[in-house]
Design a protein around this ligand. Sequence first.
Ligand SMILES: N[C@@H](CCC(=O)N[C@@H](CS)C(=O)NCC(=O)O)C(=O)O
Length: 251
Amino acid sequence: MSYRIFGSELSPYSVKVRSFFRLKGIDHDWIPRSPAVQAEFQKYAKLPLVPLVVTPEGEGVQDSTPILERFEASHREPSVVPADPALAFVSALLEEYGDEWGNKWMFHYRWRYQPDVWSTSERIARQMMGEQGTLAVAQARAAVAERMMGRLGFVGSNEKTQPLIEASFRKALGLIEAHLATRPYLLGGRPAMADFGLWAQFYEAATDPTPGAIMRASAPKVMGWVQRMLAPKVEGEFESLAALTPTLMPL
Ligand SMILES: N[C@@H](CCC(=O)N[C@@H](CS)C(=O)NCC(=O)O)C(=O)O
C-alpha cells in the first residue's frame, strides 16, 4: 500500500505536501476530502484539518511543515535543504513567511472579493457535494461562503488592513518576479523548502479571479514557477547565498 494524502486542491498546505511528495518520488494516492471519505479521514486525523498523510503502516501525520521535515529526513534525495546552513536558514524562513504571511494575501483576496468568494466556494462545494447534485452544491456553496467570509478576521483582514495586505502582495510578487528572471526556483536550479511554502499560497492565488488576474498581467516568471512547482524537479544546483542576495534580500 502507498501513502495517502487527504487534501484539497483549494488548500495551500495540501498542495504543498503533494508537490513535495512528487519531487521526492514518494508513491502516494491523492484523496480529495469529502463526506464520502470522512469516516476514513477521522480514523487517522487528530485535528479536522487537511493535509493528512496516512503512512502505509496506518499512521496519520498532520501539519505541512513537520510533514516536509519528517519526509526530508526519511527520503533524503533529492534534498530540499541546502548544505550551507545560512542558506538553509533563509530557506526555512521563507517557507514560514509563505505559510504565515503569504496565507494572508491568499485568504484576503479569496474571501473579500465577491467573484473570488463565488469561484472558490463553488469549487469547494463541488468537491464536497459533487455526487449529490446541483442543489446540494448550491446549498453547500452558500454555507462555505458565509463560513469563510466570517473568518477573514482570523488572518487580520479588515477594511483598515486591506490596503496593507494588497500592497504587500503586489510588492512580494514584483520582487519574486525579478528574482526568478534568471532561475527556475527561489534558491537556484532546484526546489527548496522556501519554494514549497511560498509557492502554495501563490498557486491558490493564481486560481482565484482577482489575484490571478494581477499575477497574469504582471508576473509571467512567477506564473511559470507556479506551473513548474506542480511537478517540481531538480534542474541544477542551489546557488550560493552571495549569488542570490541581490534579488532575494529585498524579499
Ligand atoms: N498548519 C497546518 C494548517 C492546515 C490548515 O489550515 N488546513 C485548512 C485548509 S488550508 C483546513 O483543513 N481547514 C479546515 C476547515 O476549514 O474546516 C498545515 O500547515 O498543514
